[in-house]
Structures are given as structure tokens and as C-alpha cells.
Design a protein around this ligand. Structure first.
Ligand code: GCB
Length: 612
């Protein structure tokens, strides 16, 4: 049979309806919607009984799925019917939230867990559409609404949405989500990471309604600080995509109409001579309003430029030194867990502010949108990255596509965030040809999607053969990115802190140099000699010595030590000291500051003073 005939036959067979492709639709995040956050019923399913039948066939691919399929969310018809699951009598978990820190028995669980939420809905008005929007689910999510599959999404840290219009109904609805956080070699990240693989619906879930034709995307940016030209693009979706959108920035007295073409695209450009730039010193945001038909979408947008010149980073045309800190999206309370609320995000960024930071590296995956928006309001510059971490299946095209999707979804979500100045492609990846090809491809993609930001990647350094005190950064990736960033642990994985005084650097690139990590482990409250590992004194001394060493690097444009708070890691078993936590935080997992916090605070204070 020819391939064509086979495809045709396949299309005619009465298979289950095709699942949808997940969409990002960044405008959903600023629209009001019905929150589905709160208590969700759950069933732990390590053998995936709810997903596969006993012949290991996915139940949702059957034309006539058995009532034992969890996604159908049924109750026995009468006392005689055998059904071996029941969401009604199941326990609950909070959404958003990881499952690991909510139930003792789920602390180290990696596998499938089913969530179910029932919600009342008023019904769609004439011509309205509905989308089910997930802030993130780690790692794979199969989404069902009222027994119908919407789709499968992969990747734990980016938003996705499915159109729910045909399946959502007036009255009570059931959403079932199978979340599976098993690790795979060909996934992004891969099997091995130095952070805990929190599973679950870790970010908010909402049902958002929009008109039949709606504004799905808008991009707006400052092109040049000299001309103050602002430009952007708009995307309408729906039958009447060829139309017009009104854009206004009331505070600037700007109002214009943008025509969209048959595919819903429109672009605009205007001069805003009175525009104030967004900067850490003055994080000015403007209300931007977009109107079309009966709908109106409002966002808060800042305008700035960022570029490099030789070894400098220029923000709005002026050199800036990045006083940074790395942050994991993790709480500083006993037990850790994913950050799920604005107050928790605020706690982390408040510590960063107390350190006198003007920059955060949000490691090692895109953080919650709330975190990025809050950083923007507080005047904190942001580095955002995708979890291309350590080893990745570099020669696997499917792996590349996953990473590429994460990159474009991250860019799409945060394109309008002035605070985000750096997209990072990877962390500590080995220097070899397949890896460099993989990352160059990603770099090309990032540049084609976004010309308003700088690209980087946390690279590595090595000792010069035969001269241990000479540290070299040599990586073909450095030729591709805009900022030469690297992680270095002189004094922790590489000798003792006193080594810092002897180190010389060879970094042969005429680009800004950024140290994306340095640090030392310390158990808060453990004191001793400054040469004793895991004491607060060791960490404090390492900071002192490292800061002095970094001051000698020509072209240094900033750094982000590792890391703001202690975080859970399966690679940190040392009893009584680590107990499953990476202890390189400046703040403990209980929220107590360590000595080195004040060392860095003071250093940044002096830098800040000197820049005035
Ligand atoms: C690194 C990694 C980071 C680790 C850190 C450490 O270089 O980028 O994810 O947690 O070192 O503590 O070893």
C-alpha cells in the first residue's frame, strides 16, 4: 500500500479523535478567567493502571475505552459494577503545588499521578471560545475535559493551553490531568540534575474565555534609546482575523489603529519622544491597552534597550554592572517545595534586594511568570534559561525539538518583559561537536524570535595544562553568544579558598565576561575554622577571596553567586549536613541568613556606591 493510501485509510478509521497541539497564547495570562486553583482530587498510579490497559495499550487511544479509564471520571452505575478507582473518595492536593512536599509518602515519588477537578461553569455566550490554561505541569501532562482528551504536553516549566470550546459545558465539568514526572535520558532536562524533580501541577490552572476572534499575541519593544522608536506586532486569531486593533498608551498620549492581514498579523511603529526608560533605578511601566471588537486587553510594559559594546553591557545606552544572585524556584521553609504564590516569590526577591542586587539568574528553567513580573516591578534585571543542563541527548532530533519548543515558549511568554535581558541556552554542557551544533541551532532560533535581548549560556573553565593556577575559558559557544558566562568553583570543587589569590584568568574574547556561579556549601548554624568544610566561616571566606579574585578579571560585567537559598537535591546525601539539600544557599532552607550573605551584601553596597 502506498504511504498516501495508508494515511487516507488511517484517517477514515474510527479512531479516537486527534488530540490537540498545546498552544502558548501569551495574552491568556493577562486576561481574567475562572481560576481552577485549590483542592484537586488525586490518585497515585505508579503502574499506570489508569492509562494503559493490561495489554499496555493506552486507554485513551481506544474507540471504546473501558470505564476503568481514569480520564472518564465515572462512578459505578450500581453496586454490581466493578470500577477500581474513584475520584470522589480520593484525597486532595493543592494546585498549584508540587506533590512531593504536600504528602510525606510522595516526597520521593517519580511517576504518574492523576488529578481531577470538578468546576461549575456558566456556559459559553454566543460566539465565545474557552481555553484551559496551565502555568506549568512537570513533566508530561495528558489533559482531559469531560472525558475527552485535549492533548499531551511535555516540559515542566512553560505554560500551555488547549481550546476547550467544544467540550466545556454549562453546569458541572470534570478536568482530569495525568501528570508524569519520570525522568528520561532523551528528555530536557535529562536523567541527572542537581535539583529535585518536583512533580505535579506546579503552577496555576485557569479556564479563560475569549471572543470568537481574539488578540492572541502582542509584542512591543523600544527599538532604540536614541530615536525612542517603539514597534511591535499583533496576532489576531479567529474567523475575523483580518480586522483592526486599537493600541493606546494613555500616559504617553499614544493611540493608533493597527490593521491585521488575512492571517491576523499586524505591525506598528511610532515615536515616543517623552518615553521614560525602564531601569533598575526607575522601573517605569506603562499601561498598554489593546482593543478589538468587544474585547480589551491591558498589560504593564517597560521600555529599555540592551546591547553589548566590546566588553560592556549597555542598558539604555549606559554601561551596567550586574550585581546578581542565582535563584531556584524553591521555598525557604522547612521542607522546600516549589514557589507557588506571589508572596513567596516576593520573599525571594526581597532577599535579592536586601543583598543590593540589580540582577537575578533564574536557574535552571523558566520560573513562574509571577516571579518575572515581580522582578520587573522591583527593578531587578533577569536572566532566564531553559533546562538544557549537563548532559543532553545531543544527537537526538526529538530532544532538540523539545528544547527548541521550551526556548520559543519561554520567549513567547516573556517577550514583553523589559526586565528580562538575557536568554540562556544551557548550563555546564561538555565542549564537543554535537553539543555545539545543538546549541548553535538553539541560538539561531532565539535570535530569529527575539532581537531585543542578549544570548548567553553558563559555560565552564578549565586549568591550563601544566599550570593549575591559570584558568582558561575556551569554548566555541563563546563565539556564538553575546556574553561569555561561566561557572567556576575555585575554592570549593577546585582547591581551597586561598587558591583564589593565585589564580590568573585567560579569557580570549572581546565580549562582556560574566561569572554565572561560584559558591560553597555551609550548614546554617555550623561554625568552625574557615578551612573546615560546611561551616559558615568557610563559605564566608570563600566569598571574600572570590570577590577579590573576580575584581582582577578584565572586562567583568557582573556575577551571580550560587545560590540564594538552600534547595532540595537528590545528589546531596551527607547526613546531618546536607540531608538531601544543596547547602550553597546564602539563606538556609529555614529562611535564616548565613554569614556570607552579609559579605556579598557589603560588596554590592560598595559597588553601588562607587557607581553613583
Ligand atoms: C553547578 C550547577 C548547579 C549546581 C552547583 C553545585 O555548577 O550549575 O546546578 O547545583 O554547581 O552546587 O555544585
Amino acid at each position: 500500500m502506498s504511504k498516501h493510501a495508508f494515511t487516507l485509510l488511517f484517517a477514515l478509521l474510527p479512531f479516537a479523535p486527534q488530540a490537540l497541539e498545546a498552544e502558548v497564547i501569551s495574552s491568556l495570562s493577562v486576561r481574567e478567567g475562572q481560576s481552577l486553583d485549590g483542592e484537586w482530587k488525586y490518585i497515585v498510579d505508579p503502574y499506570e493502571l489508569g492509562y494503559y490497559d493490561y495489554r499496555w495499550q493506552p486507554r485513551d487511544e481506544s474507540t471504546n475505552p473501558s470505564r476503568d479509564s481514569f480520564f472518564l471520571d465515572v462512578q459505578p452505575k450500581d453496586a454490581t459494577e466493578l470500577i477500581e478507582y474513584n475520584f470522589e473518595t480520593a484525597p486532595t492536593l493543592k494546585v498549584p503545588g508540587d506533590w512531593n512536599t504536600q504528602e510525606r509518602e510522595l516526597l520521593y515519588y517519580e511517576g504518574t499521578l492523576w488529578y481531577r477537578k470538578k468546576f461549575d461553569f456558566d456556559g459559553l455566550k454566543e460566539g465565545e471560545r474557552a481555553f484551559l490554561y496551565f502555568g506549568a505541569a512537570n513533566y508530561r501532562a495528558d489533559v482531559y475535559l469531560n472525558g475527552k482528551k485535549l492533548g499531551t504536553h511535555f516540559g515542566g516549566f512553560t505554560p500551555f493551553a488547549y481550546e476547550a470550546t467544544p467540550h466545556v459545558k454549562k453546569g458541572v465539568n470534570s478536568v482530569v490531568v495525568r501528570v508524569d514526572n519520570k525522568r528520561y535520558k532523551d528528555a530536557v532536562p535529562t536523567l541527572n540534575t542537581d535539583w529535585w524533580n518536583y512533580g505535579g501541577l506546579t503552577r496555576s490552572v485557569r479556564l479563560v474565555t475569549v471572543p470568537a476572534t481574539f488578540i492572541s499575541e502582542y509584542k512591543i519593544r523600544l527599538e532604540s534609546e536614541e530615536t525612542r522608536v517603539v514597534s511591535g506586532e499583533i496576532q489576531l486569531k479567529g474567523a475575523a482575523a483580518s480586522g483592526a486593533v486599537q493600541i493606546s498608551i494613555p500616559e504617553l498620549g499614544q493611540e493608533l489603529e493597527v490593521k491585521t492581514d488575512a492571517s491576523g498579523r499586524g505591525s506598528f511603529r511610532f515615536e515616543a519622544p517623552k518615553l521614560k526608560f525602564w531601569s533598575p533605578e526607575d522601573p517605569k511601566l506603562y499601561e498598554v491597552r489593546l482593543e478589538q471588537g468587544r474585547e480589551s486587553v491591558t498589560d504593564q510594559v517597560g521600555f529599555r534597550t540592551i546591547r553589548t559594546k566590546g566588553r560592556q553591557i549597555l542598558l539604555n545606552g549606559k554601561p551596567v554592572f550586574l550585581r546578581g544572585i542565582c535563584i531556584h524556584e524553591e521555598l525557604a521553609v522547612n521542607g522546600g517545595g516549589r514557589v507557588t504564590s506571589a508572596e513567596q516569590a516576593k520573599q525571594l526577591l526581597t532577599w535579592a534586594k536586601e543583598l543590593n542586587c540589580n540582577f537575578v539568574r533564574l536557574a535552571h528553567y523558566p520560573h513562574n511568570e509571577t516571579m518575572v513580573r515581580l522582578a520587573e516591578r522591583l527593578g531587578i534585571l533577569v536572566w532566564s534559561e531553559i533546562p538544557v543542563y549537563w548532559t543532553i541527548d545531543w544527537e537526538n532530533e526529538a530532544t532538540y525539538q523539545r528544547a527548541a519548543t521550551m526556548l520559543s515558549d519561554m520567549i513567547q511568554r516573556d517577550y514583553n518583559r523589559a526586565a528580562v535581558i538575557i536568554w540562556s541556552l544551557a548550563n555546564e554542557t561538555p565542549v564537543n561537536e554535537p553539543r555545539t551544533r545543538f546549541l548553535s541551532r538553539l541560538a539561531g532560533q532565539a535570535r530569529s524570535l527575539d532581537k531585543t535581548r542578549l544570548l548567553s549560556a553558563a559555560m565552564e573553565k578549565h586549568s591550563k595544562p601544566g599550570a593549575d593556577n591559570v584558568q582558561v575559558v575556551e569554548d566555541p559557544l563563546a563565539e556564538i553568544v553575546d556574553i561569555v558566562s561561566f561557572n567556576q568553583y575555585v575554592g570549593w570543587y577546585d582547591g581551597l579558598p586561598e587558591k583564589c589569590a593565585r589564580v590568573k584568568w585567560e579569557i580570549p574574547y572581546d565580549k562582556p565576561i560574566f561569572i554565572s556561579e561560584f559558591g560553597a556549601g555551609a550548614k546554617q548554624g555550623m561554625h568552625g575554622d574557615k578551612t573546615a568544610r560546611f561551616t559558615e566561616e568557610y563559605q564566608e571566606d570563600l566569598y571574600r577571596q572570590t570577590l577579590a579574585m573576580l575584581d582582577r578579571i578584565d572586562g567583568l560585567c557582573g556575577f551571580s553567586p550560587w545560590v540564594l537559598i538552600d534547595f532540595r537535591s537528590p545528589r546531596r546525601p551527607l547526613p546531618k549536613i546536607q540531608d538531601g539539600f544543596n547547602r550553597k544557599g546564602l539563606v538556609s532552607s529555614e529562611g535564616v541568613k548565613k554569614k556570607a550573605f552579609f559579605t556579598l551584601q557589603e560588596y554590592y553596597r560598595k559597588r553601588l556606591e562607587a557607581a553613583k
